[in-house]
Design a protein around this ligand. Structure first.
Ligand code: UDX
Ligand code: ADP
Length: 460
């Protein structure tokens, strides 16, 4: 019953995972037809826009690939039924946020979008279809999908379910997809696994492709994200000790990172991790552990999130303390709103909480970012705060009449700011809070600027 060759692929969900992943597959597999579909028509229209600067997500290198493959073998549309019907293989790349109500609220993933996709597939698929979980999902989600699909497993329609979690990081997605450390394929249908593997072999060596069972694959994705987040909470906890003792977190990171067992990456202290995955995946892990009555395990991982919130609040409290404990009607420049550089994504961005807290305390914010739109910031800060901030297109305008600037996203262009020019626009005493440790403290030695840096904290 199973096809011997994959010719037509459908990807449900045209977001940060589905869009770049299918673009890279399309580029490396010119013989495949890929249809990326989404219920959000506006998003699909943006993917199809002629002006490539209007693509719905900003990702370095993405627009070049889209211009190469779009409408050749990569198509964006809202015709979900048709794309499912024609597909030999369907990737699920829909959103799976944390549940807001009901059992597991605040911890478990809301699987309503995954479930509705499974039902849509069940109703429209023809012949044998391989369904591949791409979005990060709680362990055992494949079972739910299988159960919905098995209802119609009969002689003229059948399914195999695989897990193929995505490890790309936003901002470096194209490189992560072109040169991944590994590709994980979990399943129990060996033939289907080989067919998926064959797609990746178009650009990757065999040794990078790992086969596991379904549950190991799902759990590996959660575990990888939990370990990465834990590293950030670990280094952030040490940043506070550095500030109290006079050590420098960059020197400590460099010194420990030289130990091969620790490694150099992911040791940058900051205002706390953001993004759509880390918090959600740890909460899922915590939920899973509590479900199996592994309370010590659950508490252990939950502390990674607690440290993250603590670090974020610590930054906000430091800003207020340094500004004489009072920010009422003080103007503050906010440099960066995305959760990291090189993306326009603001999901769980540490900037959101810090801005909300400062506004709540009475400050007025001039917000600048190189890629995040005013609309997105508006949604994130909620309408009741609308009169307490302004959106600044030009970074120098953001400093006008401000008492302080808070650098929250590590956009490299902030490193090149001409601080002498800034000094002409601001109120004195003026503070800079560098929460990403990207500015060189020496630059401020001969300027009338007070400088605070995470994990360093020296006021010259
Ligand atoms: C993450 C995982 O890296 C990726 O493998 C998975 O597929 C999805 O989740 P992403 O959230 O896109 O990717 O970005 P990542 O680079 O991991 O950064 C997450 C957050 O941690 C950002 O807010 C970033 O600024 C922060 N971070 C990262 C630090 O504070 N310090 C670091 O050293 C690294
Ligand atoms: P991710 O970062 O995981 O890619 P996004 O939120 O960026 O998450 O993208 C998920 C996409 O999935 C959204 O564009 C959303 O509209 C789409 N989506 C959710 N449910 C469905 C569905 N049942 N059918 C088609 N698309 C869906």
């Amino acid at each position: 019953m199973i096809n011997n060759k994959i010719l037509n692929i459908c990807c449900i969900g045209a977001g940060y995972v589905g869009g770049p992943t299918m673009a890279v597959i399309a580029k490396n597999c010119p013989d495949l037809i890929l249809n990326v579909v989404d219920i959000n028509e506006e998003r699909i229209n943006l993917w199809n826009s002629e002006d490539l600067s209007n693509l719905p997500i900003f990702e370095p290198g993405l627009s070049q690939i889209i211009s190469q493959v779009r409408n050749k073998n990569l198509f964006f549309s809202s015709n979900i039924k048709k794309a499912i019907k024609n597909a030999d293989m369907i990737f699920l790349s829909v959103n799976t946020p944390i549940k807001e109500k009901g059992i597991g609220a605040g911890y478990a993933s809301d699987l309503r979008w995954v479930e509705s996709c499974a039902r849509e597939i069940n109703e429209n698929a023809v012949g044998h279809t391989i369904v591949v979980e791409k979005s990060t999902l709680p362990v055992k989600t494949a079972k739910t999908i299988q159960e919905i699909l098995n209802v119609s497993n009969n002689s003229d329609r059948s399914f195999s379910v695989l897990s193929n979690p995505e490890f790309l990081a936003e901002g470096t997605a194209i490189n992560d997809l072109e040169n991944p450390d590994r590709v994980l394929i979990g399943g129990d249908d060996h033939k289907a696994m080989l067919l998926l593997k064959k797609i990746y072999l178009n650009w990757l060596p065999e040794e990078k492709i790992i086969f596991t069972n379904l549950w190991s694959s799902e759990l590996s994705k959660l575990t990888a994200n939990a370990f990465l987040a834990q590293r950030i909470s670990s280094i952030n906890s040490i940043s506070a000790i550095c500030e109290s003792t006079g050590a420098d977190i960059k020197e400590v990171s460099n010194a420990i990172g030289k130990d091969k067992r620790i490694g150099e990456e992911f040791l940058n202290s900051g205002p706390g991790f953001g993004g759509s995955c880390f918090k959600k995946d740890i909460l899922n892990l915590v939920y899973l552990a509590r479900f199996y009555r592994l309370n010590e395990v659950a508490d252990y991982w939950e502390n990674v999130i607690k440290i993250n919130s603590w670090q974020n609040n610590r930054v906000y409290e430091t800003i207020v303390k340094k500004l004489f404990g009072n920010v009422v009607d003080k103007k503050i420049a906010i440099l960066g709103f995305s959760f990291k550089k090189n993306t326009n994504d603001t999901r769980e961005s540490p900037s959101i909480n810090i801005c909300k807290n400062l506004i709540h305390d009475g400050a007025f914010l001039n917000i600048h970012d190189f890629k995040v739109s005013k609309d997105t910031i508006s949604k994130d800060l909620s309408s009741k705060n609308e009169s307490r901030w302004s959106f600044q297109e030009n970074v120098y305008d953001a400093f006008e009449d401000t008492h302080a600037a808070v650098l929250l996203t590590e956009w490299e262009l902030y490193v090149n700011i001409d601080w002498e020019e800034v000094l002409n626009k601001v109120k004195k005493p003026f503070w800079i809070f560098d929460t990403r440790s990207i500015l060189n403290p020496k630059v401020f030695d001969n300027l009338e600027i007070n400088f605070w840096q995470i994990g360093f904290g020296s006021n010259k």
